[in-house]
Design a protein around this ligand. Structure first.
Ligand SMILES: *Cc1c(COP(=O)(O)O)cnc(C)c1O
Length: 365
């Protein structure tokens, strides 16, 4: 069975580098934050071409920290796309603010700039754009709306390490960029990890304080803080993987382009990739009339597929209290009801890529 994603191939290939890095952390017992986490922060900032990156314990915390750094709280509203992983909205909710869900476009499946303005109220403080599946959202149009109303733009880059919008890297465009290093993300830790990138020292200082129990000087707590530090072991592993990331991204792009060119079955629709963007194919999502049938068909042929994501945020039970109805975000709902994620990871062989394309094209469903 070809898995949707198989991390064991990377481990087997780079075992020695990973285990050496882990041993070094153990020798120095730099387990919580510390030397290896700090080293990775510097490397990741450099990679994203921003002055600051603050490592945190996961992507959800990164989003929470970003909201807190912008002083978003109870009574505030934040615009969030309806089709994203739920954690994009959690960071808003944790602060006491309310996520306001906006539909995606029909073809890019990214936040629809034409649907944002009608959702802006006096309480709106920020817009979180998500570079969903590794495809940058239409940043300039979102930013123009934000500027018109005096709002912040925050990027959710959890699926977009190394993606480019008009030549600029994800995480360097908005006020703050929020990354996840969950296993299976384009850059991943051996456990949980995340980072917040920014240009302003003021945000960096706020986030490094918040994530570290509210202190910069040990045992002197200036604000109510959280324990959101990046572990030293994860920092060390991430420093190793960051060296492989350009090669992984290159491979993901080649496989993505082969799918785009090779899959010609009219029963399958693929995401649109505007010319001014360079996506990183975190997930290769297609839509088809009957996803369950398609997933079963691929399974029988030895290829694992799954769905990202079967329920849009505005219709999740957790947000029932916000009162959204079916029909409020029709494109996001269509996507949720018809999406299938094809196998895609950097270590796929030529034959496996070909096998996926052939199976897609032979689908008669
Ligand atoms: C993975 C993900 C997150 C959350 O990151 P975690 O590290 O799992 O907390 C947030 N937003 C998006 C779009 C994601 O894909």
């Amino acid at each position: 069975m070809l898995k949707r994603i198989d991390l064991s191939r990377d481990y087997e290939k780079h075992k020695e580098e990973y285990l050496n890095a882990i041993q070094e952390v153990c020798r120095e017992t730099a387990y919580s934050g510390g030397k290896f986490a700090d080293q990775f922060d510097r490397e990741f900032a450099e990679f994203c071409k921003v002055p600051y990156a603050a490592g945190v314990n996961n992507g959800t915390s990164a989003l929470h920290c970003a909201m807190m750094a912008l002083k978003i709280g109870a009574g505030d509203e934040v615009i969030v796309p309806a089709n994203t992983y739920i954690a994009t909205a959690w960071g808003v909710t944790y602060t006491g603010a309310t996520p306001v869900f906006v539909d995606c476009t029909q073809d890019t499946w990214e936040i629809d700039p034409d649907k944002i303005e009608e959702k802006i109220t006096e309480r709106t403080k920020a817009i979180i754009g998500v570079h969903l599946y590794g495809q940058p959202f239409e940043f300039n149009r979102v930013k123009a709306i934000a500027d018109k109303y005096g709002l912040f733009v925050v990027e959710d880059c959890a699926q977009a390490h190394g993606a480019c919008y008009e030549g600029k890297l994800a995480g360097s465009l908005g006020e703050l960029g929020c990354f996840s290093f969950y296993p299976g993300k384009n850059l991943y830790a051996f456990g949980e990890g995340g980072s917040v990138t920014c240009h302003k020292k003021e945000y960096y200082d706020a986030i490094t304080t918040i994530k570290n129990q509210g202190c910069q000087v040990r045992y002197y707590h200036d604000v109510i803080g959280y324990n959101y530090r990046l572990e030293g072991l994860q920092g060390a592993v991430l420093s190793v993987s960051l060296k492989f990331l350009p090669e992984w991204t290159d491979k993901r792009r080649k496989i993505g382009q082969r799918y785009l060119a090779g899959i010609t079955n009219p029963r399958i629709t693929m995401q649109a990739h505007p010319k001014n963007t360079d996506p990183v194919f975190h997930l290769f999502v297609i839509t088809t009339e009957n996803p369950d049938d398609f997933i079963a068909y691929m399974g029988k042929k030895g290829m694992e597929c799954n769905q990202h994501y079967p329920v849009p945020c505005h219709l999740q039970k957790a947000y029932e209290n916000l009162g959204y109805q079916i029909g409020d975000c029709p494109h996001a709902e269509y996507l949720a009801n018809h999406c299938v994620t094809l196998p895609l990871f950097p270590e796929m062989t030529e034959e496996e890529v070909e096998m996926v394309i052939e199976a897609c094209n032979a689908y008669q469903g």
